[in-house]
Design a protein around this ligand. Structure first.
Ligand SMILES: Cc1cc2nc3c(=O)[nH]c(=O)nc-3n(C[C@H](O)[C@H](O)[C@H](O)COP(=O)(O)O)c2cc1C
Length: 210
């Protein structure tokens, strides 16, 4: 299936049928998120996979009661770093050196540049930057889910502070940014499943400068 056919097939599923997505498919969707490009390669987010029914119920209660939160089999929570710290930056730069097996002066200078700027910034500014990186991974996860013929609902309709409390994210220096329930569409009960996809025209989206 062509990528564009896949993207046309997917939609923000409003009703799921409770059928479980095989772990193998979930792993591939998560792997796509892990492979996402991020600013300076810092990958400033984590993904929490909620399968537990009680926890999903608690999240649904603070997630506008959206039924897919409990009718999905896996609820992915993309949680961004609450700020950039020296430790977090060093960990990713050290990992690069370890995996590539050498140190590079340019790369080390770049590390110092980040160390001299990111940790000093306001935590809210840093969180917003980190959350943007999480959204890139989120986009790839949505496309990967569609590729695996798994339905997904991109979801910002929830109270992030309440979800952070339920999942004890603050203690880990994380903040929930966006949710992605994974499951299978319940076509008969989903008002959106048969409606036309709506997108603005390419003309309104793109400006070409020759
Ligand atoms: C960041 C983001 C947040 C969204 N939040 C919700 C949500 O909370 N609930 C929901 O049903 N759909 C949500 N959507 C789905 C959008 O409404 C949907 O993607 C858009 O209307 C385009 O339709 P399509 O995804 O079906 O093609 C969200 C989408 C994005 C990208």
């Amino acid at each position: 299936m062509e990528l564009l056919d896949t993207l046309n097939w997917r939609y923000a599923t409003k009703a799921m049928n409770g059928k479980s997505v095989p772990e193998e498919k979930v792993n591939k969707i998560i792997e796509a998120a892990r492979l996402a490009p991020t600013s300076s390669g810092l990958q400033p987010f984590e993904i929490i996979v909620v399968k537990n029914k009680e926890i999903k119920e608690k999240i649904k209660a603070v997630g506008w009661n959206q039924s897919v939160i409990t009718d999905c089999s896996h609820l992915l929570v993309f949680a961004a770093w609450d700020t950039y710290t020296e430790e977090r930056i060093n960990k990713m730069f050290d990992l690069t050196n370890e995996i590539r097996g050498f140190k590079n002066e340019g790369w080390e200078n770049y590390r110092q540049m980040l160390l001299n700027s990111y940790p000093q910034k306001d935590a809210e500014v840093n969180y917003n930057h980190a959350a943007k990186q999480a959204y890139i991974a989120f986009g790839l996860a949505i496309a990967a889910a569609a590729f695996e013929k798994v339905d997904a609902t991109p979801m910002e309709g929830f109270d992030p502070d309440a979800v952070d409390k339920i999942l004890e994210l603050k203690e880990k220096g994380l903040r929930s940014a966006i949710l992605l329930p994974l499951g299978y569409r319940d076509e008969a009960n989903d008002w959106l499943s048969s409606l036309e996809k709506v997108r603005k025209s390419t003309k309104d989206l793109v400006t070409v400068i020759d």
